[in-house]
Design a protein around this ligand. Structure first.
Ligand code: TXA
Ligand code: MG
Length: 352
């Protein structure tokens, strides 16, 4: 399905030394650049520049109470964005264990923020989510700019996350200064967000958003981790507002079904069926005898969770074309990245 992209717009550019330099310049000047990471495309602004950060909320039409993830390019810059001095030695040790083993990678760690990070980046919270992405282009861009780039996913608020530069162009193209096209993202789901700051006062370490780093990988390193439901902080705000119910939703209504349910689900005209693997699809075809033109998609023919995750948003973007009345989506096995896929399915399916 690779189509040849024709770059007619000066601001929609393939990744190159030149475009990276231009993009870094835009960031330094307070502009917005969409760039690839291993998870999804980010909409970046200089993390130290409040006016630039405000543009992110404007472009995304994002409520100001939703804090951004600060991206860094090396562990050396961690202290420029976070203030680890107020944490206990034990918590600091856990943070370094996570950082050394899982960075670069799809893990955002909530840390006390450095004063230099303006409040608008963190929605007034005293903490900031920090991530070191596993993507050369992202890291180069960050290094060439001020060393810290705040970036939410590059989609309008509440809609599907972008896994290709084209997704960004189609939804936000006229609102940002440059889009760096680095092709499809490898993981295709956002990072796992973990809160370790409660560790010192007996509270536990919590996963606020399941994502590209499986819980098991974290527990292997630092012991048991809780699944954080969307909880309120003292000011009444959501601790991880990304867990708002209508997040990640396409326009088309979605019905989530487990394997047994989807196999029993009768074909409906003008609907699409998104299966986890070929085996489920074939069982359904055998049971329901759908018409030849039924719209069927499979996330991973052989049922590989990584492949399924990487195709999830992309397939929903494709099916969310206004012609389909409902999408029936099969839940993934509830393990590893399957937990993150199911989280996205359930958020998408509660909208309407
Ligand atoms: O993979 C990703 O994380 C992508 C790429 C671009 O890095 N970014 C991304 O950002 O998904 P965004 O803004 O769409 O999601 C950030 C999530 C939200 O759920 C937000 O509420 C949570 O992180 N978050 C950010 N800062 C936080 C904080 N200080 N405390 C609690 N949650 C926070
Ligand atoms: Mg997002």
């Amino acid at each position: 399905m690779e189509n040849t992209v024709v770059y007619t717009n000066m601001n929609y550019l393939p990744v190159s030394k030149d475009s990276l330099n231009q993009a870094a310049q835009i960031l330094r000047n307070g502009g917005l650049v969409a760039f690839p990471t291993e998870t999804v495309y980010g909409l970046g602004a200089d993390a130290f520049n409040a006016a630039a950060l405000a543009k992110i909320f404007e472009a995304k039409n994002r409520p100001h109470f939703d804090p951004l993830i600060i991206h860094i390019a090396s562990l050396d810059t961690l202290e420029k964005v976070a203030d680890l001095s107020i944490l206990t030695n034990e918590t600091r040790q856990k943070i370094f264990t996570l950082a050394e083993n899982l960075w670069p990678g799809p893990l955002s760690i909530i840390l006390p923020k450095n004063k230099k990070i303006p409040g608008i980046a963190t929605a007034g919270l005293e903490t900031a989510a920090v991530r070191l992405p596993d993507h050369e282009t992202a890291r180069e861009l960050i290094s060439l700019s001020t060393g810290a780039v705040a970036a939410p996913s590059a989609n309008p608020f509440g809609s599907l996350s972008p896994t290709r530069a084209e997704h960004v162009r189609d939804k936000l193209g006229d609102k940002i200064d440059m889009i760096l096209d680095g092709g499809a993202t490898r993981i295709g789901l956002e990072s796992t967000v973990i809160d370790i700051t409660g560790d010192s006062n007996s509270a536990s370490v919590k996963i606020l958003r399941p994502g590209g780093t499986p819980k098991e990988a974290i527990e292997k390193l630092i012991g048991q981790v809780e699944d954080g439901a969307p909880v309120s902080d003292v000011s009444g705000g959501l601790v991880s507002p990304g867990q708002l119910k209508s997040h990640y939703a396409p326009h088309t209504p979605i019905t989530a079904l487990n394997k047994e349910e989807i196999i029993k689900k009768a074909y409906e005209k003008d609907s699409a069926f998104l299966f986890f693997d070929d085996q489920s699809k074939n069982a359904w075809i055998l049971a329901q005898k759908p018409p030849k033109n039924a719209i069927l998609r499979v996330l991973s023919e052989t049922g590989r969770i990584l492949e399924a995750a990487s195709r999830f948003f992309e397939t929903l973007h494709e099916l969310d074309n206004g012609k389909i009345l409902r999408i029936f989506v099969q839940l993934a096995p509830q393990e590893g990245l399957g937990i993150a896929i199911n989280d996205r399915i359930s958020h998408a399916s509660t909208k309407k």
